[in-house]
Design a protein around this ligand. Structure first.
Ligand SMILES: [Zn+2]
Length: 740
């Protein structure tokens, strides 16, 4: 047995002893004690300092063939204060002494990585080393065939993009032993501030001998052959895979800290409901984190970058988070040397910055083939540097939280998680953007008082899978005066995705499950009704006074009200034939079936839609649904908005406080092809009238527009600042200087 194998087995012993059959998905964090050094004191360590990142990802022929001083000049010029630079893994760019650690054929006697690290240090930049763990060369295969990933048919996996490489197994000795020594060597030689690993968490299921054994030791089962999350083996796999990856994360972090206690392992990890590693645990492990959503493709909305920032912040709190953006076109065809349209880069980065991401540009290949992106990043970074004080946010002042749930995606959504879970969130997200309501995202495993009491309203867009404890936290939030907006199957399933007899939140939602879920329902409507007692419309129907009925959601859950006596502003018109045309008329029905459930208890308000209005909105984008979702949030929130902005156009809005100031970001999404990149040109929006609530006990001494670089005349009315923003191209930031 060689040393690396011995190390690997030693690493797995403590881990395999735990069989997690009794483990709820929420208790992973307790089982795997996060590295206390990483999480604690992150605020006082280097991680908070850098505001602008530069990443140079070397290709194998860069050594000796690229211009180092060009890059150092560029980094200095754009005020980049940290760099991520390629060191090793697939290819080493330094003189490694580790057997089988493949050196670039162009490296010769040079130390390409070391030279650029030294140059960046001269610029007083923080430096982290990039490694890549997902592929290896033939000599590694020959020496350790068991380190190669294996597909479901038992075949070792060649790299699909370059057949000279093999795909490695992420959960066996390649990572636990070999990459550990690579990380130790890099840390010994260069004492960098951290190591960031790309593609470290595997490339799909692996059926190698190590995975088979480790999974059996963990669960007593064979690796799953199905995606069904209700299959016992798949359920255990979801837990085992995460536990194993967090074990690896902790191992690398520990080995790095043994050499440089100020450094950390920084995984390329994280995301929203569809990401597989638990974000709550990541939030406890990671001292900083970078959202790797490099650009949009297909029909991705331009606010998707900001959404990523909110998802990360939900569990990272005030720790620094970066937004990795590509200067190239992000598409499945992978033109890695391309350059994206300059306005598309501007908009993508602006939305990330507006939602609290620190910009990080990534460039593959240090030999610049197409230079058009250079002045664009320079312009963005110079502005960012000039306004840095206003971008060091301390707190979001949003009063609405949109909840996301990885366990709902994993155990209820399964293969259909995009349609069942994420599309509902995207629909609500779009509705909130259109409504110009600033909001944050909230992780469903952080519903405790400390994480949610900054919000007036929590939105649950079909958050179907919730544990008893989570439901209790939501009820307690409501008991403390918080409001809740929920849709469709929210709380109808337990945390494992197993359906209950009734909603976990039945008493709060004011209704009980009547046993049927229908969909897709065609040609169904919602009747708009006045309150017969008062002759007035409920505020939920603001803007619908001239309407008789609007379209219904396409998936419907049948419910029975707990109290039949209340006024319901929306009644369901059941589906009726849509063909032949002669048959298209509503059939009489005596049954009244509410399309919404509204409750008020003290300060707390609840709105529950039994249809999947949010998901339907994402699919159909009907303006009536946008209004209804907006009205639901406005009615539930029941307080004057902290920021209101009147004017035409679609804006993404955020509101922040800093040490001695507060800011309101407005990102102009009103552009040609906003629903599909890349932009062709920026069309400015006209004047916006802005009303901002002044924080209690503070006074405003100046108001400036940071992008147009001018002061903004303002007046104070009661506790509000009133001012105009004359026009917005991509982005504007209203900065209010506060008297200390
Ligand atoms: Zn494996």
């Amino acid at each position: 047995m060689d040393d690396s194998r011995r190390t690997f087995i030693k690493q797995t012993i403590g881990f395999t002893a735990a069989c997690l059959t009794d483990l709820d998905p929420g208790s992973l964090a307790q089982t795997l004690k996060p590295n206390e050094i990483s999480g604690a004191n992150a605020q006082s360590q280097w991680y908070q300092r850098p505001m602008r990142w530069a990443q140079l990802a070397f290709v194998e022929d860069d050594p000796g063939n690229y211009n180092l001083s060009f890059w150092l000049d560029y980094f200095r010029n754009i005020h980049a204060d940290a760099a991520c630079l390629s060191a090793g893994g697939v290819v080493a760019f330094y003189p490694t002494e580790i057997p089988l650690h493949y050196r670039s054929k162009w490296l010769g006697n040079m130390d390409t990585f070391g030279d650029i690290v030294a140059g960046c240090r001269n610029l007083e930049m923080n430096v982290i080393a990039r490694t890549d763990a997902h592929a290896c060369h033939q000599d590694m295969y020959d020496a350790h065939p068991d380190w190669i990933a294996v597909d479901e048919h038992g075949n070792k996996r060649r790299h699909p993009s370059d057949p000279e490489y093999w795909i490695t197994c992420a959960l066996g000795p390649y990572n636990f032993a070999f990459m550990t020594t690579v990380h130790q060597e890099i840390m010994h030689k260069y004492m960098v501030d951290g190591i960031f690993t790309n593609r470290w968490s595997g490339s799909g299921m692996c059926y190698c001998e190590h995975c088979v054994k480790s999974f059996r030791d963990f669960s007593g089962l064979d690796l799953p052959r199905t995606d069904d999350p209700q299959d016992p083996s798949r359920r255990q796999y979801i837990l085992w895979n995460q536990a194993r990856l967090f074990e690896l994360w902790r191992l690398w972090d520990q080995k790095i800290k043994e050499i440089n206690p100020k450094a950390s392992y920084i995984a390329n990890a994280g995301g929203g409901a569809l990401s597989s590693l638990d974000m709550k645990t990541i939030g406890e492990f990671a001292p900083t984190l970078f959202a790797d959503r490099q650009g949009r493709s297909g029909l991705m909305a331009p606010w998707a970058n900001g959404k990523n920032g909110k998802e990360y912040r939900a569990t990272m709190g005030q720790k620094a988070i970066g937004g990795i953006f590509s200067v190239g076109i992000e598409d499945k065809y992978r033109w890695k040397d391309s350059v994206q349209s300059d306005d598309e880069i501007r908009l993508w980065v602006a939305d990330g910055v507006a939602q609290g991401l620190r910009p990080w540009f990534t460039k593959f290949n240090a030999k610049v083939i197409d230079r058009r992106w250079l002045p664009v990043v320079e312009e963005i970074y110079k502005w960012h540097h000039a306004n840095e004080l206003y971008l060091r946010n301390e707190k979001s002042l949003a009063r609405v939280g949109l909840v996301y749930s990885q366990q709902t995606a994993s155990f209820y959504g399964g293969k259909k998680a995009q349609a069942l879970v994420e599309d509902a969130a995207l629909g609500f997200y779009q509705a909130l953007i259109e409504a110009r309501i600033p909001f944050e995202m909230v992780h469903d495993r952080l519903l405790d008082r400390d994480h949610v009491d900054q919000f007036r309203t929590l939105i649950f867009p079909n958050i179907a899978a919730l544990s008893t404890a989570q439901c209790q936290q939501i009820r307690e939030f409501a008991e403390r005066g918080g409001s809740v907006v929920a849709t469709y199957e929210t709380s109808l399933y337990d945390e494992w995705g197993v359906r209950h007899e009734d909603f976990g939140l039945a008493s709060l939602l004011g209704t009980s499950f009547a046993g049927k879920v229908q969909g897709p329902v065609l040609n169904s409507y919602l009747l708009v009704e006045k309150n017969p007692a008062t002759g007035t419309y409920h505020p939920l129907l603001a803007g619908f006074e001239d309407a008789t009925r609007i379209i219904n959601a396409t998936n419907q859950i049948s419910v029975k009200p707990r109290d039949q006596s209340f006024y319901c502003p929306l009644q369901i018109v059941p589906s009726y034939p849509d063909l032949p045309m002669e048959a298209v008329f509503p059939r009489p029905t005596k049954e009244r079936s509410p399309g919404v459930y509204l409750r008020e208890s003290g300060q707390s308000r609840t709105v529950y839609f039994p249809g999947d209005l949010d998901r339907t909105f994402w699919e159909v984008l009907d303006v009536d649904h946008a209004k209804l979702l907006r009205n639901a949030v406005v009615w539930a929130t029941n307080e004057p908005p902290r920021v209101s902005i009147a004017g035409s156009g679609v804006l993404d809005i955020s509101v922040w406080s800093q040490k001695n100031s507060m800011t309101v970001h407005l990102v102009n999404l009103t552009n040609p092809m906003m629903m599909k990149g890349p932009l062709r040109e920026i069309i400015p929006v006209a004047k916006q009238q802005v009303r901002i609530q002044i924080p209690d006990g503070r006074q405003v001494k100046a108001a400036n527009l940071l992008v147009s670089e001018k002061s903004a005349p303002f007046r104070i009315e009661d506790k509000f600042v009133l001012l105009d923003v004359p026009s917005i191209m991509v982005h504007e930031v209203i900065a209010l200087d506060l008297v200390i």
